[in-house]
Design a binder for this molecule. Structure first.
Ligand SMILES: *[C@@H]1O[C@H](CO)[C@@H](O)[C@H](O)[C@H]1NC(C)=O
Ligand SMILES: *[C@@H]1O[C@H](CO)[C@@H](O)[C@H](O)[C@H]1NC(C)=O
Ligand SMILES: *[C@@H]1O[C@H](CO)[C@@H](O)[C@H](O)[C@H]1NC(C)=O
Ligand SMILES: *[C@@H]1O[C@H](CO)[C@@H](O)[C@H](O)[C@H]1NC(C)=O
Ligand SMILES: *[C@@H]1O[C@H](CO)[C@@H](O)[C@H](O)[C@H]1NC(C)=O
Ligand SMILES: *[C@@H]1O[C@H](CO)[C@@H](O)[C@H](O)[C@H]1NC(C)=O
Length: 645
């Protein structure tokens, strides 16, 4: 342990003297990167407080970033943003199913030939992936192997969230069913197996480990933990934050479908508490992955030269704003993510407020890999966070200063669902859930400004009202009206920004001839700019659609070019694309619960003993099996369940 603590310090000292490689005996190997990405994990509800290994091995030995955000709160769009380093308005992978998005859309748009694994490969890394990939990677299209990876072993639909029926395809081969094991144990064993290999070869490596926990198992409205954790935390309940099940006077200030949601009664609240417990139990399995990964890296003596990143794809709400459970909204619960980093040069035990977003990860990883800005893809909207990982400012910062950024564009297209048994009763799916949002994460002031496709506006002072309850856009007084003019104008820029204009949206909003007269909201609030900001049109939608449609979202600022706007020059047209189907029927069912204490250290060699390839009948189905499955009543599978991402 002492050795691993010493080496990075020495490396930094040498690097800062500019002598790395010059007089050190052998040029040091670029750092490895392991990203552990869960599915649908909240930060604001405190789920990470129950992850003791995360606390001990990551937070205490690394830096936690409390202002890290997803810019679209849904799995497939957010993961695509990570892969491409772009805003979702530029990838146009806007939802988890067609026509908004899914794996097929990612492939048909050609974005699968130019994304993170290719770039890391070009930078000299071996790149691997284990676990949940993109929604709609399924038993129907598994043989369209995700490109760019030296090795990928991905969960496939419709089994991705069926925790006791792990089915995965390795490098596009026929899916294998790992009978008798829980998904988290299979992913853990596979990750360790790959790290054994990766640490035995010369190249630096980039590995993503993506368990589906704590996502709901769709037919059960809750994640299913490993059986060894099934009874932990028995008295824990979902936090009663100020925005838990709020009174009418708050709820009626919300936009679109939220305003009319009824109060959650006792039984709905009891289920929400149960959901919370199942999630923190499921996360114990993730903690075991973290623990074993860190231990193995240490045993292999590479821990000191490996960045380990813990995060999720999007956040989650339970009972906040009266919604029993789910995501897909712009509020803090859904967008503010757990984000912890340890690795070379990252200080231990630090909490940083410096803002960041998932689209910054690709540039950050390329930075670690030593790829200079001019070698990176042209279309990246994000920016490297590496400097702030090494120097985590204690302040949230302003766009004018250093590496922090102040403005975060949060966006969504298409429906939202409630992930609880009474969702249908409450009226899901809620089709009117498109919106454009701006979050200002500043040192002196913080705001959340949102425009719904229904024409409604929400504005919260998130410094004073962190639970986002008092909508200031209703009858705004003069100063708030002036603020809305500014926020609306930046949102008008960020909703179609690309590359540099995403990083510095203010550069497009200069009233005079001075190129950088205004660089922050604070400067923009000067009353001499009132007329300038008042003249911009309001961000709006003509109607609520399930896709991103250019005409529907006019006007833009600056006006869009004739061709190539919204990332189109870097992807192929997907109009009227056909999806192969998003998983099809489940023919394999395991009524048992796995993950006993005996399986805590199960190895891949043991798991392989009961593993078998799925059969043609199980992939393509036949009526007899479908009928048999129905007769057995094994799965309750309402139509809407395919929509849960
Ligand atoms: C679009 O498709 C063409 C061929 O159909 C291909 O050559 C081109 O590389 C694709 N572009 C992108 C950005 O994927
Ligand atoms: C949970 O609460 C019950 C009833 O108050 C109590 O008997 C039990 O000891 C508690 N369990 C834990 C683990 O605290
Ligand atoms: C509570 O609400 C649920 C869902 O709306 C409903 O099904 C249930 O009957 C209600 N329970 C009580 C006790 O009112
Ligand atoms: C959805 O929004 C449209 C406006 O685009 C509105 O006419 C319609 O009433 C809304 N539907 C619901 C169910 O709120
Ligand atoms: C986004 O995708 C949808 C569905 O494929 C398509 O109809 C729409 O034109 C696309 N929008 C943009 C801006 O590319
Ligand atoms: C498990 O089986 C797979 C083939 O399905 C093989 O590639 C892998 O090497 C095996 N792992 C171990 C540790 O036996």
């Amino acid at each position: 342990m002492r050795e691993s603590a010493l080496v990075p310090t020495l490396a930094i000292a040498l690097a800062s003297l500019g002598v790395m490689g010059g007089c050190s005996p052998a040029p040091s190997k670029p750092a490895n990167i392991i990203m552990i990405m869960t599915d649908d994990q909240d930060r604001r509800l405190g789920s990470t407080d129950y992850q003791y290994v995360l606390q001990r091995e990551m937070k205490a030995k690394g830096t936690e970033f409390v202002n890290h955000y997803a810019t679209t709160a849904n799995c497939c769009p957010s993961r695509t943003s990570v892969f491409r380093g772009q805003m979702v308005h530029n990838t146009n992978v806007t939802h988890v199913n067609a026509p908004g998005g899914n794996y097929d859309k990612f492939v048909i748009s050609g974005q699968d030939t130019d994304y993170l694994p290719f770039w890391m490969g070009q930078a000299g890394y071996r790149v691997e992936y284990i676990g949940k990939f993109l929604n709609g990677y399924s038993q129907k299209n598994y043989n369209i192997t995700p490109k760019g990876w030296d090795h990928i072993d991905a969960l496939i639909d419709p089994y991705t969230y069926v925790f006791n029926t792990p089915v995965m395809s390795m490098n596009g081969q026929r899916p294998v069913y790992y009978e008798g094991y829980h998904q988290s144990d299979v992913i853990r064993a596979k990750a360790l197996d790959r790290i054994q290999y990766l640490t035995s070869q010369e190249k630096p490596f980039y590995l993503t480990i993506a368990p589906s926990s704590p996502h709901v198992q769709n037919d059960k409205y809750q994640p299913i933990p490993l059986s060894r954790h099934a009874h932990d935390f028995e008295n824990v309940t979902a936090p009663r934050s100020r925005n838990w099940n709020p009174a009418d006077r708050y709820q009626h200030q919300k936009g679109s479908w939220l305003a009319t949601l009824p109060l959650m009664n006792e039984s709905v609240q009891a289920f929400a508490d149960h959901t919370f417990r199942q999630r923190i139990r499921a996360l114990e399995g993730v903690d075991e992955i973290i623990e074993d990964v860190i231990n193995l890296l240490d045993t292999k003596r590479v821990l000191h030269n490996t960045y380990v990143i813990f995060t999720t794809d999007n956040g989650y709400h339970i009972g906040n704003h009266r919604i029993p459970a789910g995501k897909a909204l712009f509020y803090a619960e859904d967008t503010n993510l757990p984000f912890v980093v340890r690795g070379p040069g990252v200080p231990a035990g630090v909490v940083s407020k410096a803002p960041g977003a998932h689209l910054d990860l690709a540039p950050t990883f390329l930075d670690i890999a030593g790829m200079t800005e001019d070698q990176r893809p042209l279309f990246l909207d994000g920016q490297s966070l590496l400097h702030q990982w090494h120097h985590p400012e204690s302040s949230a910062g302003e766009s004018s200063g250093g590496n922090a950024k102040e403005t975060l564009n949060v966006e969504f297209w298409g429906m939202c669902i409630i992930e609880a048994p009474n969702g249908v009763e409450l009226g899901l799916p809620f089709m009117n859930n498109s919106y454009k949002t701006l979050r200002i994460v500043g040192e002196d002031e913080s705001w959340l400004y949102s425009r719904w496709c229904t024409g409604q506006t929400e504005l919260y002072n998130t410094a004073k009202d962190p639970y986002e309850l008092d909508n200031l856009a209703i009858n705004p007084p003069g100063d708030i009206a002036r603020l809305i003019d500014r926020l609306n104008t930046i949102l008008l820029v960020t909703k179609s920004c690309s590359k540099g204009t995403c990083r510095q949206p203010w550069t497009l909003l200069q009233p005079g001839s001075q190129p950088s007269e205004i660089l922050s909201l604070k400067q923009a609030m000067n009353s001499k700019y009132d007329n300038f900001f008042a003249k911009f049109p309001k961000v709006s939608f003509k109607e609520c659609l399930q896709i991103q449609d250019i005409e529907n979202e006019m006007p833009y600022f600056p006006p869009l070019p004739e061709t190539g706007a919204l990332g189109q020059q870097y992807r192929n047209n997907t109009d009227n694309y056909k999806s192969e189907g998003e998983g099809g029927m489940r023919y394999i069912e395991s009524p048992d619960q796995y993950g006993s204490w005996e399986q805590r250290h199960v190895t891949m060699a043991e798991i392989n003993r009961t593993a078998r390839e799925v059969t043609d009948a199980e992939i393509y189905g036949d009526l007899t099996m479908e009928k048999r499955r129905r007769d057995l009543g094994l799965v309750e599978n309402p139509e809407w369940m395919q929509w849960i991402g």
